[in-house]
Design a protein around this ligand. Structure first.
Ligand SMILES: Cc1ncc(COP(=O)(O)O)c(C=O)c1O
Length: 379
């Protein structure tokens, strides 16, 4: 039995939501990675409690928040860190750009996965780096050689957009191939796991890997509070931490006070909400996988092991631009595949972090759009 209700739709238009502002009112938005669910009541209560104090000056993470993160990492992953290893940030995206700025020089080679979340794809260009793509789904010998030839690796695990969770064996291979070099590990989706999948922070593999890794985490995705722009880096090597801090450069300043309160409430009080959310998302994922296989013979997908994102291969539909097709004909706003890598123009990413009714509606609309195109083709 679920305690929390994820079924009831909540009107988001008119709230300044980027997801719901992008397209016209007749479009169902299933693109940017936030969910259409109310935040846990425990989080809202914590924010309201904080607002009872009327001064919203610059914030600093309270010792209690650092202690909570230290205890959680030890309990969940047997990963032992110190409170001072945590650096709070206004987002994971600023975090990986800061890490690059701190640790690489223009002209260096940065390895990233392909396909990959757009801000990671764009990051090498921001810092005048050479980019090397490795296959996100299958780490071949060739990929490991590419890693060995790179100055650093920006890993995304669990992976956006495929929902893949890297196994300890794969992570050991990555650690071996990057020996002596920096790993920047975006683990923002680490709590959104399905079935019996287990997340392994790459820094937890060994003290050697921990010493050269910048790990980025946040409560934003799991607890659906990304608009509060609060995240943190875990950097156990003090020299790397100093370089990272220096790369704030006056641009990545202090963290949102409400975001810090919300993060503490998420980690300390919202465990049962998270469990219900994961059950709901997993059922949505299963509905999506079953529907695609039964009713969309021309679309291929792998079952996501994590995240609320699905990566749909629409190549067999023979459309010049599947995202535009579904936008124009189904009034469903998906993310375009080419945003995740130049060669993925025949893919779309679908966000299933929505009520089941919305998911059903979106898929029904997409099915009808394909059917009417087929019908037109036979005329
Ligand atoms: C893999 C990944 N990293 C980072 C982010 C963005 O994080 P933030 O809003 O904390 O910058 C996202 C959001 O979708 C993401 O999927």
């Amino acid at each position: 039995m679920m305690t929390y209700n994820f079924d009831t739709p909540i009107e988001r238009r008119g709230t300044g939501s980027s997801k719901w502002s992008k397209y016209s009112a007749d479009v169902l938005p299933m693109w940017v990675a936030d969910m259409d669910f109310a935040a846990a009541p425990e989080i809202i209560e914590a924010i309201v409690e904080r607002l009872e104090h009327p001064i919203l000056g610059y914030g600093v993470a309270r010792d209690q928040l650092r202690a909570q993160i230290v205890a959680d990492l030890a309990r969940i992953y047997q990963w032992i860190i110190q409170p001072e290893d945590i650096v709070f940030l206004p987002g994971v995206e600023p975090g990986f750009n800061m890490a690059i700025k701190a640790m690489l020089e223009p002209g260096d080679t940065l390895a990233i996965q392909s396909p990959i979340y757009r801000p990671i794809l764009k990051a090498p260009d921001h810092w005048n780096l050479r980019r090397i793509d490795i296959n996100a789904s299958d780490l071949s010998k060739d990929d490991l050689q590419k890693l060995a030839a790179s100055r650093a690796f920006l890993l995304c695990n669990p992976h956006n957009p495929t929902g893949k969770v890297y196994t300890p064996e794969e992570l050991h291979d990555i650690a071996a191939a990057t020996e002596g070099r920096v790993i920047i590990s975006d683990e923002i989706h680490c709590d959104l796991l399905f079935d019996s999948n287990v997340h392994t922070p790459i820094a937890s593999l060994s003290s050697d890997v921990a010493w050269r890794t910048i790990t980025l985490m946040s409560a934003a995705k799991t607890y659906n509070i990304p608009g509060l722009k609060t995240a943190f880096a875990i950097i156990q090597n003090p020299e790397i931490r100093d370089r990272f801090a220096a790369s704030r450069l006056g641009m990545v300043d202090s963290v949102n006070v409400l975001g810090l309160e919300a993060t503490l409430a998420a980690f300390s009080r919202a465990e049962s909400w998270k469990r219900d959310l994961l059950d709901y998302l997993q059922a949505n994922r299963d509905y999506l996988v079953d529907t695609i296989s039964a009713r969309f013979p021309s679309i291929k997908m792998k079952k996501p092991q994590a995240t609320f994102l699905a990566w749909l291969d629409c190549s067999e539909l023979n459309l010049p631009d599947p995202q535009q097709f579904f936008l124009d004909n189904a009034k469903v706003g998906l993310s375009a595949g080419h945003e995740f890598g130049e060669v993925y123009s025949k893919y779309v990413r679908l966000n299933f972090g929505c009520s089941r009714a919305t998911l059903i509606e979106g898929l029904d609309r997409m099915e009808a759009a394909i059917a009417s195109r087929l019908l037109e083709g036979t005329r």
